[in-house]
Design a protein around this ligand. Structure first.
Ligand code: ATP
Length: 304
């Protein structure tokens, strides 16, 4: 583990009775990264985050957070971390402002209140109402603001955009990028692929307590198969397209249109199409979601 490592887990194990929530999780997140932690419900995301903060004790394995062993010094980890739990418990009778002032007091009133106001304004979170009157989305915003308000060097966020509308989701992504620009490391869990695709540079997939893949988001998408839909001005004999390296014909329609699957770069296909009267050419990149779902289709371990 180098100075540049923000988070490290090795062989992390945790069971709840007979449920083996984590079966040997290995993770390494570098300082300054935005790292997405993806997996379906029950995969072990929350359990991992709780172990990182020593909110629960793992049964085995090693954890380091900002170079610190959280079991030896949980306070040292927690004061340097902004944490959004999956379920934030708030006093229902406190106002939003009261709750935020309370969170600030717990950390020695070190937040700049101007920054807190900026956060609440950007997230469209009213300060005056009591927590009990808030919608689920607005409660989630209180959790996001309390995690960000001290400008911590590490953010551990459990499903940060849960319950937020798309506009607010995008505002949260902007806030995470800004935190990164300020030098923070961001580790967040999600089961929404498009979210991870938009904001994370790297992503780990967890499934049934085991990490099945860690990859750069861009490379994961780029190395996946694409689809190309080609339309022709008049019916053509498109038999030769099936011989283009990396190209598979998925379906064709009376000689005037064809749907192809393309592996790798488009160059060979485009050169082959130059011989045809093409009227339209559309390509589709698979979303991270499609790639991710491929992991869940069965035992397929490799993303083509
Ligand atoms: P989600 O996306 O639904 O939040 P997750 O990936 O965060 O899921 P965890 O909450 O870490 O998953 O749960 C992992 C497994 O451990 C699940 O099977 C869950 O039912 C189980 N589990 C979690 N907490 C407890 C607990 N306190 N007692 C018993 N089992 C638990």
């Amino acid at each position: 583990m180098s100075e540049e490592t923000a988070l490290m887990a090795q062989g992390l194990k945790k069971s709840y009775g007979k449920v083996r929530a984590l079966r040997g999780v290995d993770l390494e997140v570098q300082r300054g990264e935005i790292f997405g932690y993806l997996g379906p419900n029950g995969a072990g995301k929350t359990t991992t985050i709780r172990c990182l903060l020593d909110l629960i004790r793992p049964d085995g394995g090693t954890v380091r957070v900002l170079g610190i062993d959280p079991q030896a010094d949980p306070v040292a980890v927690q004061v340097r971390t902004g944490y959004l739990p999956g379920e934030l418990h708030l006093d229902p009778n406190m106002t939003v402002e009261g709750a935020l002032r309370y969170f600030n007091a717990l950390r020695g009133n070190e937040a700049d209140w101007k920054f807190v106001r900026q956060l609440t304004e950007r997230l469209d979170l009213p300060l005056k109402p009591p927590i009990k009157n808030l919608s689920h989305g607005n409660k989630q915003k209180v959790g996001i603001v309390q995690a960000l308000m001290h400008r911590p060097e590490l953010l551990l966020l459990d499903e940060p955009t849960l319950g937020l509308d798309p506009l607010m989701q995008h505002e949260v992504y902007r806030l995470l990028r800004e935190a990164q620009a300020d030098g923070a490391t961001v580790f967040f869990s999600s089961h929404i692929m498009s979210e991870v695709e938009e904001v994370a540079e790297r992503v780990a997939f967890i499934r049934e307590g085991v990490i099945v893949e860690v990859a750069e988001t861009a490379s994961l998408i780029n190395r996946a198969l694409r689809r190309a839909h080609v339309r022709f001005r008049q019916p053509v004999d498109m038999g030769s397209l099936a011989n283009v390296p990396g190209v598979t014909v998925l379906s064709q329609d009376d000689g005037t249109s064809v749907l192809l699957q393309v592996e790798g770069e488009m160059d060979d296909l485009i050169k082959a199409l130059a011989a045809f009267p093409v009227s339209d050419f559309e390509t589709e990149r698979p979303s991270l979601e499609e790639i991710f779902l491929a992991y869940y289709e069965g035992d397929r371990k490799e993303v083509k």
